[in-house]
Design a protein around this ligand. Structure first.
Ligand code: ATP
Ligand code: MG
Length: 415
């Protein structure tokens, strides 16, 4: 036998219960975002590398070590998308939609990052996301966060998460804060991880997002942005918290939430859980007013988030039940045509219906039980000659003779 091939490290197959959990997350998010007036977009899985390298930040983890970039046969540098926001902004500009604002966009799909695989962390993972492009008011941020909260609630996992909220201020606030951070970290530099020492001059904010324990210890006393907010940034921050109160969204302020990508300003937030170990962030985002302009569009305010489908699926209390089929059982060649007619009438009525293609009635009944059928339609020659069949509810064994053209209605009424 040939060697059995395995999936690539950090990728996985979704089958059975795993796929049902996954689909439930996507369908719920799609439905709830529709209620908020969001429309779904789908962008390509790969983009020109510049779409991401230009925008996510030269020093971000994603750009420095996680991107799947390759030269295609024509020599162009392409990248499997590591996240959705940059691609959505690229699409907004490419499709000439920067004059048709606001745009409210929902997306769902695979993302790719070269990371160390572990529970809740994969190399191909999947995100749902929402972007509200063209609104500058903090109330827009509050509404987009409320959408995230409502999706978590619809999934039954809102109680398992906490919304952690921070402001990153505007450029002026961040410049002042950055100077204060550099001053502080310089004094304690010898205690920082090598990686953070390198970050110190280039992008000290990134140190705040560090997962290294030695860095974490030094973060407690680091200067906070709230001491450096410009008047404009302060007004925005107050407006955001008031808006969240108006939407009834409960949050906890956490000055350590800085987000890993460069394009954020003002709002930064994460819905986190402590039931997934180190991979505790399930849905996160912020305001990215500079991104559309970096894609070659006009300056455009925007706010959005992305949620990790694998992590959300892990949090679901139970997997959605597998659909229960009706098993159609002809007893031989003579009743096969009637069986197919019944099978198709069941499907036309919206019922899941299956038949097995061969075997004795006993064998076919065994298979009906194996696939978890709720009903069996048994087509004996005598009944079919009378235009009828036996319809059996498998859980109770209750059985009725039903006219062939009434079977779908009979089962639908008793489901
Ligand atoms: P983390 O800090 O866990 O690396 P991140 O800040 O890199 O997350 P984002 O870029 O904000 O994550 O992506 C949004 C969400 O996507 C995360 O909160 C998480 O739920 C999910 N996510 C990110 N990277 C992965 C991954 N490699 N595998 C599975 N889910 C992921
Ligand atoms: Mg990451």
């Amino acid at each position: 036998m040939a060697e059995a091939l395995q999936p690539v490290r950090g990728t996985r197959d979704l089958i059975g219960e795993d796929q049902r959990r996954f689909a439930h997350v996507v369908e719920t998010a799609r439905r709830v975002s529709g209620l908020y007036g969001f429309d779904e977009w789908a962008t390509p899985i790969f983009e020109e590398t510049r779409v991401f390298s230009r925008t996510l930040g030269e020093t971000s983890d994603v750009v420095t070590k996680e991107m799947y970039s390759f030269a295609d046969r024509g020599g162009d540098s392409l990248t499997l998308r590591p996240e959705g926001t940059a691609a959505i902004c690229r699409a907004l500009v490419s499709n000439g939609l920067t004059q048709s604002l606001p745009q409210k966009i929902f997306y769902a799909g695979p993302m790719f990052r070269y990371e160390r695989p572990q529970k809740g962390r994969y190399r191909q993972f999947h995100q749902i996301g929402a972007e509200l492009i063209g609104a500058a008011e903090p109330l827009a941020d509050a509404e987009v966060i409320a959408l995230g909260r409502d999706i978590l609630a619809a999934l039954g996992i809102a109680e398992a998460t906490v919304l952690e909220l921070n402001t990153l201020g505007d450029a002026e606030s961040r410049a002042a804060w950055r100077d204060a951070l550099i001053g502080y970290f310089r004094d304690v530099a010898s205690g920082l991880s090598d990686e953070s020492q390198a970050r110190l001059e280039r992008n000290p904010l990134r140190i705040l997002d560090s997962k290294s324990p030695s860095d974490q210890a030094l973060l407690a006393d680091a200067p906070r942005i709230d001491g450096h907010l410009s008047p404009t940034a302060q007004v925005f921050w107050d407006g955001l918290r008031r808006g969240l109160d108006q939407f009834g969204v409960v949050f906890r302020e956490n000055p350590r939430i800085v987000r890993g990508l460069d394009y954020y300003s003002h709002t930064a937030f994460e819905f986190t859980t402590d039931s997934l170990g180190a991979q505790g962030t399930v849905l996160a985002g912020g305001r990215y007013d500079g991104l559309v302009a970096e894609m070659g569009g006009p300056p455009t305010p925007a706010i959005g988030w992305a949620g990790g489908i694998e992590r959300l699926a892990l949090l679901l209390a139970s997997a959605p039940a597998a659909p229960v089929p009706v098993a159609v059982l002809p007893t031989g060649e003579a009743t096969q045509q009637a069986a197919i007619t019944v099978l198709q009438s069941l499907r036309a009525a919206g019922l899941r219906a299956e038949q097995s293609w061969r075997g004795t009635l006993k064998r076919r009944m065994e298979r009906a039980n194996r696939i978890g059928a709720g009903w069996a339609v048994i087509l004996g020659e005598d009944e079919v000659a009378r235009g009828a069949a036996q319809v059996k509810r498998l859980a109770t064994g209750a059985q009725d003779e039903v006219a062939l053209d009434r079977i779908a209605a009979h089962i639908a009424a008793r489901r």
